[in-house]
Design a protein around this ligand. Structure first.
Ligand code: F6R
Length: 364
């Protein structure tokens, strides 16, 4: 059942090219996206003045990426909220709000409660979920299914990358209906998206390099993930993966925020993983990398293959294939998933069933 892999997590990491392909199947025309289960007209969208994305854990991290995409492409202000916070803070949600709930299982208690709360307040609710027939999929007005297939390992991998893809599709859809992106621009993004599954495979083919790198993490107690913009969102996911399956304390920081306190924790014993893909803030991120290098941290950088400058400022670079910055999260997370996996294995942890955690959290 693990298809020859030692753990479900590794199998699921390797299923991502297929899962990403399935999730775009039938949804991409040359310069248009087609979302069969979403039916928002221009008139309805014209009434929407705000978007909330609500989810838990890894799905919330996907929402953080969704925020930037929807704001950038569809010109709508977006707030991202953790479901257990959203439901108890009387959010400013009404019939002019679009609420997007993201949930692999479609059964997470807090996410479901947030969905119901949003509906009670008159909001239109779009769900991004992986399970057909799940409560979330039945109760939302519109649904974007991710076609990751069953995810067994507690640590989410293929569900996350397909959720990111769901965010791309939703962002493009909203922009298309609102007319905020020209069709040739949409066409360019679609072309780049179509290349993503093969690019994920390209990273998976470099697995042995990550496995080697993981050895240096066996005795680590604290690690930092830093980045700006979309790289920061992925840093949070990388940090969560490392924590949950290898039990190494990890923190994700907006790179520019380190010097406001956390830099005090950086020593030669704290490896820093610096995500540096986003072109508009690349130089700023490099300055932050220099700050941690000055504290003797060992820095692993992550950037596009064509980038020849990062290597000068870090100890080791992991390269990902070049893509649009908006799509980079789907690629940057792959080495981070592999790193967590191999660190967990090297530390003798129970990869697929980490302590204290359940796959689906149906209690609040
Ligand atoms: C982490 C992880 C969890 C889930 C979270 C939400 O690897 O899997 O953080 O993402 O419990 O679950 P769903 O997406 O089923 O609502």
């Amino acid at each position: 059942e693990k298809g020859g892999y030692e753990h479900f997590m590794l199998k699921e990491i390797h299923e991502q090219p297929r899962a990403l392909k399935d999730t775009m199947l039938g949804r991409l025309e040359e310069e248009r996206v087609v979302l069969q289960e979403v039916d928002l007209t221009l008139d309805q969208l014209a009434q929407i003045n705000k978007v909330y994305i609500v989810a838990c854990g890894t799905a919330w991290h996907a929402g953080l990426v969704g925020k930037t995409l929807i704001e950038r492409w569809a010109h709508l202000p977006v707030e991202v909220d953790i479901a257990s916070e959203f439901r108890y803070r009387s959010p400013l949600v009404d019939e002019h709000t679009l609420v997007v709930v993201v949930s692999q299982s479609g059964e997470t208690a807090d996410t479901l409660a947030a969905l119901r709360e949003a509906k009670n307040r008159g909001a239109r609710v779009v769900a991004v979920t992986n399970v057909v027939g799940s409560t979330v999929s039945r109760e939302a007005h519109d649904v974007i299914f991710t076609w990751a297939g069953p995810e067994i390992a507690v640590a989410s991998t293929k569900a996350y990358t397909t959720q990111l893809e769901g965010m791309v599709l939703l962002g493009l859809y909203l922009a298309q209906v609102k007319g905020t992106l020209l069709s040739d621009k949409i066409g360019g993004i679609i072309n780049a998206l179509k290349r993503i599954p093969a690019q994920v495979q390209e990273i998976l083919d470099q697995e042995s390099l990550i496995k080697e790198l993981a050895k240096s993490f066996v005795k680590v107690e604290d690690a930092f993930f830093i980045g700006r913009s979309l790289d920061w969102a992925v840093a949070m996911e990388g940090s969560l993966k490392l924590k949950e399956i290898s039990y190494i304390h990890a923190e994700a920081y907006a790179a520019g925020e380190l010097k406001h306190g956390t830099l005090a924790l950086i020593t030669e014993d704290t490896p820093v993983i610096a995500l540096a893909t986003q072109r508009d803030v690349f130089d700023k991120t490099v300055s932050n990398v220099k700050e941690v290098k000055a504290r003797d941290a060992k820095v692993i950088g992550l950037t596009y293959k064509g980038n020849t400058s990062l290597v000068k400022s870090v100890d080791h670079v992991i390269y990902i294939p070049e893509t649009l910055d908006e799509l980079a999260p789907i690629l940057t997370v792959i080495p981070l998933q592999l790193l967590s996996y191999y660190v967990s294995v090297a530390r003798g942890c129970d990869v697929d069933k980490p302590r204290n955690l359940a796959k689906s959290v149906t209690v609040e």
